[in-house]
Design a protein around this ligand. Sequence first.
Ligand code: SAM
Length: 286
Amino acid sequence: MEAQRIKMTPALYVVATPLGNLGDITLRALEVLRGADLIACEDTRHTRRLLEHYDIRATLFAVHEHNEAAAAEKLLAFLSEGKCVALVSDAGTPGVSDPGARAVAALSSAGYPVIPLPGPNAAIAALSASGINDPHFLFYGFLPTRPAARRLAIERVKSVAAALVFYEAPHRIAETLADLAELLEPQRELVIARELTKLFEQIARMPLAEGPAWLAADDNRRRGEFVLIISAPPPGEDLPPEALSTLKLLLSELPLKQAVRLAAKISGAPRNALYQRALAWQDEQL
Ligand code: SAM
């Protein structure tokens, strides 16, 4: 017997769906998927499997990278008729390294309510089981696919005082991990989270320098979908004590950026490392 449909406010409902394990769906997500007049999804066959599992019959409409602008127009027309639309992606949270943001922007700027239904997300799932204890993280998503652009992107985030979170596909995991291990500090901690919530789920922790060898040691380790987490850079670890004492003195008199610039000039220590150290001290005082 089909479960009863709830009465819903006309809106765009942004619904997170499972990463793999079909049990990872909220009761509210099921209610909304059941009650929506239309479900906008990336791949209708993929979403159909999820809906069949929960015995939900629905009208599906494909919204993907290549038709998102045109699809937003159709969704606008639906909402203007007072209908409820649910938006899902193939896995996890729509709009997070997935289509959805353009449709959300178009509908919300046209004045329609957009209601998020939180749930699975690969980055958050990986972080929650990573054991990495940094207070901040930077969610980067996918690095560029071209090697030069990828290396530049890694250089740009190298000094950010936060754990770094990347998404990667199996056919690029080896080259991406090789670049990360070469360009970032080797002692940073690496967590490789693979196939989360699925049969071959694996979460491995190691110093970053050991990542490429770990991956190469077994073909199975390069299969599936990946989240890579790298702990924050060691704050100012290599700075000489004179540079640190100069920085401390200047920080007691000057704004942070000015103090860092002068400390770098006086001590010859790298400005970025001094900057990270100053930020870490500032955080400790908060
Ligand atoms: N919107 C999704 C989310 O909320 O996490 C992400 C979609 S993005 C197109 C797909 C990428 O997410 C994969 O290449 C992988 O990096 C990561 N991912 C998705 N499912 C995963 C899983 N079960 N285990 C590990 N990583 C996963």
